[in-house]
Write a protein that binds this ligand. Sequence first.
Ligand code: SF4
Length: 487
Amino acid sequence: MSCYSHARSGVFPAVCSLDCPDQCGLLVHKEDGKIVKIEGDPSHPVTQGAICNKVRHMAERIYDPNRLIYPLKRIGRKGESRFERITWDEAVRTITSQWKRLIAEEGAESILPYSFYGNMGRIGTEGMDRRFFYRLGASRLLYSICEAAGTEGYAYTMGGSFGTDPEDTVHAKLFIMWGINAVSTNMHQVMLAEKARKNGATIVAIDVHRNRTGRWADWFIPIRPGTDAALALGIMHILFEEGMTDEAFLREYTVGHEQLREHVRQYEPHTVSAVTGVPVGDIYRLARLYGRTSPSFIRIGNGPQHHDNGGMCVRTISCLPALTGQWLHKGGGAIKGNGAYLEHNAPALRRPDLLPKATRFVNMNLLGSALLELDPPIRSLYVYNSNPAVVAPHANKVREGLAREDLFTVVHDLFLTETAAYADIVLPATSSFENTDLYRSYWHHYYQIQQPVIEPYAESKSNVDVFKLLRAGWDSKSRRCKIRRRT
Ligand code: SF4
């Protein structure tokens, strides 16, 4: 496999590595070995050269003067951000010796890796890291913060993250943007909807406030937070009552529709209106628009699941396309996530066979409590692709936990983040343009490969290289003797 990092100048294909459904194809322009411009790749079948401004200006981040350029060790109090330069050798020696001691004294589960999708590359995000910590027997992180409930709910209805091919949605005649500010967070779905709108499609947005998508839609329906499932049940009530369901589809492709028909009898529009705040007339209008328009498409966002019963809410909304048989119409259906279409051989990458059987899980949403209260305690935290001092729930608790003097924390990042301020060792990370990785969209149906466009910045290293270094720096023979597992 060739890579482009040795070329001094030219235009090279790349992938946006951010946690965004669109996963745009990019073209990176280089002059004298430096990135000078980033633009969209017009040959990408879905994103077609359009990208957002933050990535258009990504080169400023790559060459930001505050970027970490060598490993650091803490010399001040935790949180003070006082560090001094060390070598990679010293960093690896310090980390491995601390972990060997912890494993011998308290067991490998005293170590917790913490990561998320600061970079969406499959290898760097869910590859060598998993192998390394599985082999170590460290505590496992239970993901995720943003989408776990909705993904589970959608899978209850659909069997997995399988939805409409977004490219087909240009044929839709009705779009319902449900709990998603797509204008800001899924811009290519909006471009596809715009094409459909030119052919007569109507765009409806349902949300708790009139964001950019609400202002762009033909009809904005405000709804009380956490009541989306009631609205979906009210729509079903009218669809059944007014004979707008596709009975042949229900018989052929669904289970439980008779029980559902009975269940939604109680969700008559006045009841639903009282719960949701949506006027009775609007509930009828929406249900009839949905029941009489085909193909109709629902883009389900992450918003509705961020409440009690969020998983059930997404499960309920995702039943709607089946009621009107939309899955048989090109462009009809729904998308919550499409990641399951592009499944790769994850076990071969992650090697779960290396995992000791009863290793404990730590819920990433409860990091603060875990750091402060878990028994046996977490004694070491290894953070990569994330900044939990800012993004994890209960930030004050998280910071209190990070401030523990008996917690050995390592942070691998491009910048001295709020979390890194509490670290004992900070490691400089490469950007995605410096790495080789595979990228899988959770919206469109394309895999993309990123080959390095530039050399690693200063002394920075990729996740994969750091885990290889840690493994190489480990005395595997003595580790086997010393590992003590809790029973
Ligand atoms: S729209 Fe999303 S995928 Fe495209 S460049 Fe922006 S952040 Fe990246």
